[in-house]
Design a binder for this molecule. Structure first.
Ligand SMILES: Cc1cc2nc3c(=O)[nH]c(=O)nc-3n(C[C@H](O)[C@H](O)[C@H](O)COP(=O)(O)OP(=O)(O)OC[C@H]3O[C@@H](n4cnc5c(N)ncnc54)[C@H](O)[C@@H]3O)c2cc1C
Length: 448
């Protein structure tokens, strides 16, 4: 058998519109498809618990779609890949780029090592509409404000790559690895099996992602611009976990939504949906150019902000939805039950933690990282910093959401609250919003 090539899957768990997979299959060589769970190099950003569950199912489906040939391993990718290359006489490796700082650094190390061994590497853009370095201001610096990034940058750039068709399955190279099934990665919790009720809300995998997109375009794009703000309407796409794990590409979404939006005349809804996809792009660009973003405020003044010392009991009340503020409790319970929370409510619960309790935004970022099925380093860090007011594109004033008026405005019939936290109004509020607001403004004044 001729020498094989490796296709290294990461956040691109699909076979259609996957540039690395397409190239590996087109190489004419037998293919070894691999996935490596590399918690050691990820360190504090190893995949959170809810995401592990999603990943398990997604890998199962990917493997099934290639007749069980996906090789799944745990360990340091910079050790495993050279080992495989040596053992099987591999001449070439393909992968799609990732943008988390630890992966960027790590990919560089792997690349340098393989180049010294004359191994060919081809890497691609499989996760973004535009690479961070493709959207820059006229002076060559990256954008720091969203609207010009999207309107001037993205919309005037060459259009995103059109989706690639799914190639025919290649010949798989027979390896003799012992541990190679997704199940061997031990991603599912032992007991209690809290993942079973959570996953009853979801269908994972590539074909489910395509179905979710079709359903969204058919039933929810019309009226999205307004409806997306109201949690009870359930009018968003819920594509975020599919996008994070790459079960669907942003290019597939962009082009199908464009075709559908134009055909059906929902232009302002389409524009709004595309701008949300662009927020994802913007967040990845911000992270790429500011690798410290998940841990330090972009606005350095906030390093001196007077955060309160977190009290464990109070924090647990926020985490479990027992704050006595019904919209906050509903959001936190939706998150706990489903691994997801509506965007409007994410903003409200985040503001509550940061401004009402005055707890550091990193505490919330960590909780979301562990409990969201769509936990994404760029989107999560940028969003938490945005709510805290220390990130890019922050409001010129110190925005403090009032949970009661937010609830009256965005859940006027209390349907969302009734669904997730019907008893919350009977709980004593853990903080007085008015007083907390004054204390937060005071703390802000001190660093202004
Ligand atoms: C505090 C906080 C933390 C967040 N953490 C995450 C996270 O870890 N992972 C994550 O994917 N999103 C995060 N978001 C952004 C947003 O809430 C979710 O992307 C969105 O709710 C996903 O639902 P959807 O797929 O139905 O969105 P839709 O409205 O259907 O939007 C389509 C897609 O656009 C992207 N998108 C939408 N809004 C945003 C946004 N504000 N920033 C970046 N991308 C966006 C997502 O990929 C989403 O799937 C966070 C927001 C807040 C306020």
């Amino acid at each position: 058998m001729p020498s094989p090539v490796i296709c290294w899957f990461r956040q691109d768990l699909r076979l259609s519109d996957n540039p690395a997979w397409f190239a590996a299959c087109s190489s004419g060589s037998p293919v070894i498809p691999i996935y490596i769970l590399d918690d050691q190099n990820a360190k504090e950003w190893k995949i959170g618990e809810a995401s592990c569950v999603w990943l398990h199912h997604s890998l199962e489906q990917l493997s099934q779609n290639m007749n069980g040939n996906l090789l799944c391993m745990t360990g340091k990718a910079d050790r495993i890949i050279p080992d495989l290359i040596q053992r099987y006489g591999v001449k070439k490796i393909f992968w799609n780029r990732c943008y988390e700082p630890w992966r960027v650094n790590h990919d560089k190390i792997i690349k340098e090592n393989l180049l010294t061994k004359n191994i060919l590497i081809e890497d691609f853009n499989g996760s973004l509409l535009w690479e961070p370095w493709e959207i820059k201001k006229q002076d060559g610096t990256p954008y720091k404000v969203f609207t010009p990034y999207f309107r001037k940058g993205c919309l005037n750039a060459p259009p995103p790559r059109e989706p690639l068709r799914q190639p025919k399955l290649p010949t798989f190279y027979p390896t003799s690895e012992q541990i190679n099934k997704p199940n061997d990665l031990n991603l599912l919790p032992k007991t209690p099996r809290w993942d079973t009720p959570m996953m009853s809300f979801w269908t994972t995998g590539e074909s489910a992602a395509q179905t979710a997109l079709d359903t969204f375009l058919d039933k929810k794009l019309s009226g999205y611009k307004e409806g997306r703000n109201f949690p009870e309407h359930d009018q968003t796409s819920k594509l975020s976990p599919h996008l994070h794990f790459g079960e669907i590409s942003p290019n597939q979404i962009w082009y199908k939504a464009t075709e559908y939006g134009i055909k059906s005349g929902h232009n302002s809804d389409l524009d709004c949906f595309q701008s949300e996809l662009a927020w994802r792009e913007f967040s990845h660009s911000l992270l790429f150019y500011n690798p410290h973003l998940p841990t330090s405020p972009l606005n350095r003044k906030f390093e001196n902000f007077n955060w309160a010392d977190p009290d464990q009991q109070t924090l647990e009340k926020w985490q479990t939805g027992q704050t006595g503020y019904p919209i906050v409790d509903a959001g936190m319970r939706e998150l706990w039950a489903t691994g997801y929370m509506h965007n409007r409510v994410r903003m409200i619960v985040a503001s509550f933690l940061i401004k009402d309790l005055r707890y550091h935004w990193r505490i919330g970022e960590d909780w979301f990282w562990n409990t969201l099925v769509d936990a994404n380093l760029a989107n999560n860090a940028v969003s938490w910093q945005w709510v805290a007011g220390c990130g890019a594109d922050a409001a010129p004033y110190f925005r403090i959401f009032n949970p009661t008026t937010q609830s009256e405005k965005f859940d006027p019939l209390k349907n969302y609250i009734r669904k997730w936290a019907p008893d919350s109004h009977t709980l004593p509020p853990i903080v007085d919003h008015k007083k907390a607001r004054e204390a937060a403004l005071e703390a802000f004044k001190a660093i202004k």
